[in-house]
Design a protein around this ligand. Structure first.
Ligand SMILES: [Zn+2]
Length: 306
């Protein structure tokens, strides 16, 4: 599936399940002083999750242009970008885990939709999230459902803002890309696994504690769903499977080496997206400055210019 087909399929899949399609917010979040750039699909929906504004519809879906610098040290590897597009479905106090997890599985594996090989999928959940683990268990064997702590399976929208435990879907490129028999989806230093979808169970408001202890978390007015599926990552997994199929249909070619080379070349090409990110920021009105929020101030004046 081409990236433009993935984008449209995702939106249509969730529209068929009662979601309203919303456009991407500007790269510079209007009126949000806690963030320099829009770094996730949920940024424009924060007032809904916090109960400050009523959403136009309890179920929303969209494709958000994102600029993220929080994991800049990882950019340049085979999976991280500063600029990317995030597919997402959102529930503001409407459905929760029991719908979000089966829908994610259906979109990713159904031949009518993305159609990835179910045998190449793993899931992870937050340590004590038995409910999410049980829901994945309907589709996956127990050994392909992992439990990780806060570093991997808890999502924060910033130092201050909505947060919650999350469940993730990981694509397995095969043991030949891993570090050995104990390779796990949380190994960011090797290339076997790629997180393709993060389902956040947005239930708390997080703020730094006044003392020295852990951040303070208070329950949000409602339990919400906030998901993020990287368009570029889904495209890489889809392309990888297509290349594998082509190899199977051409039995005289050496099977794995060309696939791997091709796959790495495409992942390398994704890094070029970073350049595109710079152009998009300029187009959004950002200009480099050395004080305060820099470009963000300038661009707020022209967030919707066409
Ligand atoms: Zn590994």
């Amino acid at each position: 599936m081409r990236s433009d087909e993935i984008r449209e399929s995702f939106l249509r899949f969730f529209e068929e399940r009662g979601h309203r399609r919303v456009p991407s917010a500007p790269l510079v979040p209007p009126g949000d002083v806690t963030l320099l750039f829009t770094s996730a699909g949920m940024v424009q929906f924060k007032p809904y999750f916090m109960g400050q504004t009523k959403p136009p519809h309890p179920r929303l879906t969209g494709v958000q242009k994102c600029f993220r610098t929080s994991d800049i040290d990882s950019v340049g590897d085979t999976s991280h970008l500063t600029f990317f597009e995030m597919l997402g479905n959102f529930s503001v106090g409407d459905y929760f885990k029991a719908e979000a997890i089966p829908w994610a599985w259906e979109f990713v594996t159904s031949k009518k939709w993305l159609g990835l090989d179910p045998d190449r999928l793993w899931a992870s959940v937050y340590l004590d999230d038995d409910e999410a683990a049980d829901l994945w268990r309907k589709f996956l064997p127990a050994e392909r459902i992992r439990r990780y702590g806060e570093e991997h399976n808890y999502w924060f929208s910033g130092e201050v803002g909505p947060c919650g435990p999350c469940a993730e879907l990981h694509y397995d490129f095969g043991p030949e890309f891993g570090c050995g028999p104990d390779c796990e989806p949380d190994h960011e230093e090797c290339d076997r696994f790629l997180e393709i979808w993060n389902l956040v169970f947005m239930s708390y408001f997080c703020e730094p504690s006044t003392g020295s202890g852990q951040a303070k978390r208070t329950p949000l007015p409602s339990k919400n769903i906030d998901t993020g599926a990287g368009l570029e990552r889904m495209a890489v997994a889809s392309l990888f499977e297509r290349r594998l199929e082509e190899q199977v249909q051409a039995p005289f070619r050496v099977r794995h080496r060309p696939v791997r080379a091709d796959y790495q070349a495409h992942r390398g090409a994704l890094r070029q997206e970073v350049r595109q990110g710079s152009f998009d920021k300029l187009r959004a009105g950002c200009r480099p400055r050395d004080a305060h929020r820099g470009g963000a101030r300038t661009s707020r004046d022209v967030p919707h210019r066409r």
